[in-house]
Design a protein around this ligand. Sequence first.
Ligand code: HXC
Length: 260
Amino acid sequence: YCNFAELMVSVDRDEGTATVTFARPKSLNALCESMMTELNRAFKMLDADDSVRAIVLTGDNVSFAAGADIKEMAKQTYPEALRVNFLAHWTDAFKISKPVIAAVRGHALGGGCEVAMMCDIIYASTDARFAQPEVRLGTIPGAGGTQRLVRAVGKSRAMELCLTGDVLTANEACSLGLVSKVFQPDEVLGAAQKLARKIASQSAPVVKLIKEAVNASQEMSLEAGLAYERRLFHSTFSLDDQKEGMAAFIEKRPAKFTNQ
Ligand code: HXC
């Protein structure tokens, strides 16, 4: 996994976790095409690696990511954006079955906030700052800012944030439900990795089914989502891990999950 120029990928096979770190500190981890292509490749590799069960995505102390790379984007044209379906591969990178936890320190602006929202869980440090400042650049959020932010914090607040570019502090983001927990800056990465280990210790197929079911709630009506959830629930009764988990409860011992 060391074959990346703008990302660091480390895998802890014993714990079943991986950490992917944006590594363009000179531009505050601005999300350029080449780094996002690498992220896509790294996530696909980690998703295919049975020894990895949960992934942490992080930046550095100063910045998770300060947005799409404005210097690269400034020269973009409409025909070219249409031709390559500009930014579509960002979303594709996150179409993986294993949970991704964002550990956000510092800036999570524009595309940086949108990438954090593509993750399954966001942990933030007290100095994390979230915003959709595209309006100030004469454009609009292009990777979920007008869609996922609405689902995360509600329409009125999302509309206000997108129309102003105003910044949310970590505590505000937490009280709105965008972020799940807030930590001291030197603790957030460790906390996210600890969470990844906890998830990695659960049944691998059950973790995948839960991620799929929760994400389906964003796409489906309640009636369809409940029916889908019930069918996935039924399917767990075909797993060794369901037999083991329930037997362990009855026998008052820790469960040992084995399904891959
Ligand atoms: C390219 C960026 C960048 C970005 C920072 N840099 N953000 N380069 N794209 N998004 C570069 C700066 O040009 C500078 O390099 C270096 O990083 C340090 O930045 P400074 O501005 O000098 O740092 P500071 O004064 O601390 O200010 C930090 C900041 C500011 C508040 C985060 O950099 C900033 O406002 N950045 C832009 C944030 C933004 O608008 N993001 C949304 C992008 S649009 P040089 O070499 O020039 O000194 C977007 C929407 C896309 O994401 C659509 C969907 C994805």
